[in-house]
Design a protein around this ligand. Sequence first.
Ligand SMILES: [Zn+2]
Ligand SMILES: [Zn+2]
Length: 249
Amino acid sequence: MSILNQLIDMIYPPRCPICHNMLAEGDYDNEELVRPFCRSCFETFQQIESPLCPICGRPHISGPAEDHLCENCLRNRPYYDRCASPYLYEGNLMEAIHEFKYMQKSHLAGSFGPLLASFASTHFTLQDNLLVMPVPLHPKRLRERGFNQSLLLARHVASRLGAQLDFLSLRRVRYTKPQTELSKDERQKNVKMAFGILDKQVVKGRSVLLVDDVATTGNTLNECARVLKKSGAQKVLCVTLARTSLSQS
Ligand SMILES: [Zn+2]
Ligand SMILES: [Zn+2]
């Protein structure tokens, strides 16, 4: 650690972004930031484990112990090839993500970003021509919020993977209601035709890794994937920090 960083740590000791308690020695590693939360908060994050759906990544709450396709993916195969998330969207993590997005706490990207980047780097076998893309916000929503939380996360993911970051080609062309305000059926309609690609040549033949903060029904990611595939993307993978289980959506 540099002297400057040591000095900053003395004046502003690193705190857990959830409970605001000071981080103890060993809670974090300044070089790596593998676990930028205190141990007790971090241990409440519910890791998503098998059995899960190998396409949408949703954990099964009953049924066979091996990974198997969920009913949604069996009936309507998503346009994306695979989606994976390290944690369930609940408890402390859900509250922290909520603060990150809606309470202007963009600095939380400094904690969530490395966590997601480390998951992505161990979870996906990555191709050379990978393009990392955040799920875009409509310019109107971007003005309201001031930042795109998915882009803040995607920056960490792209830099960790050594992949190209592209946050301009995939665009939200229609202003839509927040998915959280809608029923399951309405959500699919709400995001239909909401996205567009600025220049198809950019994605043609490429593998794209879409980054978002949370996946609930997966409709937003699926609609982005549909547009990307239509524009010639060879493969579309998705990674989100958290996702809901089947019983939540
Ligand atoms: Zn804590
Ligand atoms: Zn599935």
